[in-house]
Unconditional design. Structure first.
Length: 180
């Protein structure tokens, strides 16, 4: 009996060897996924959806909050929705050391996205539940239930009498490159 090799003319070895070779090429060509990293410590809020923890800028994953120069309307008058959202995040993140699990690759500015918690409380979810940020479904659908709850409760951006533009739409029109 002769050994089966990929150059053997007997079936099904040439087919299987070809499939194996293609599979190996696909695996080699697939981009390596960046492993998640966890950082913890006191947070400094620099934007309504961006923190600094251990010297690293963390964009909160799965949400988008009003931009610094974005305003909303409440009962026909200009309302500083950005300021309220930023103060809300300061209150949530300022209770003590937080932990952020960073995901994905850094953006062109070296920032990473992350889910940040205080104890067992997900700050990302809380911002959306309080109506101070929107679920950013381009990244994940994980926070859609919290947004539905905020809409039902009529809180934050969802309170009666508020008119706002989704931050990602506003940013595309007013920020070079659409970056946060």
């Amino acid at each position: 009996m002769r050994p089966m090799t990929c150059d053997s003319a007997t079936r099904p070895w040439p087919i299987l060897c070809g499939a194996l070779g293609i599979s190996m090429l696909l695996v080699a060509a697939a981009p390596a996924e960046t492993p998640s990293v966890t950082i913890s410590g006191d947070a400094r809020v620099i934007d309504a959806d961006v923190l600094i923890v251990q010297g690293k800028r963390v964009i909160l994953w799965g949400l988008d909050a009003p931009e610094r120069t974005q305003t909303c309307v409440l009962d026909g008058k200009e309302w500083g929705c950005y300021d309220v959202a930023k103060r809300t995040l300061e209150a949530l993140a300022g209770r003590g050391p937080i932990e952020c699990t960073l995901t994905g690759d850094a953006d062109p500015f070296g920032r990473r996205h992350g889910v940040c918690t205080y104890g067992s409380e997900d700050l990302n979810a809380q911002m959306i539940e309080m109506g101070m940020a929107l679920a950013f479904v381009e990244q994940t659908s994980d926070y859609e239930p919290q947004q539905l709850q905020a809409i039902t409760d009529g809180v934050g951006l969802w309170q009666p009498g508020v008119v706002f533009e989704e931050p990602w739409i506003w940013r595309r029109a007013h920020t070079p490159g659409g970056y946060r």
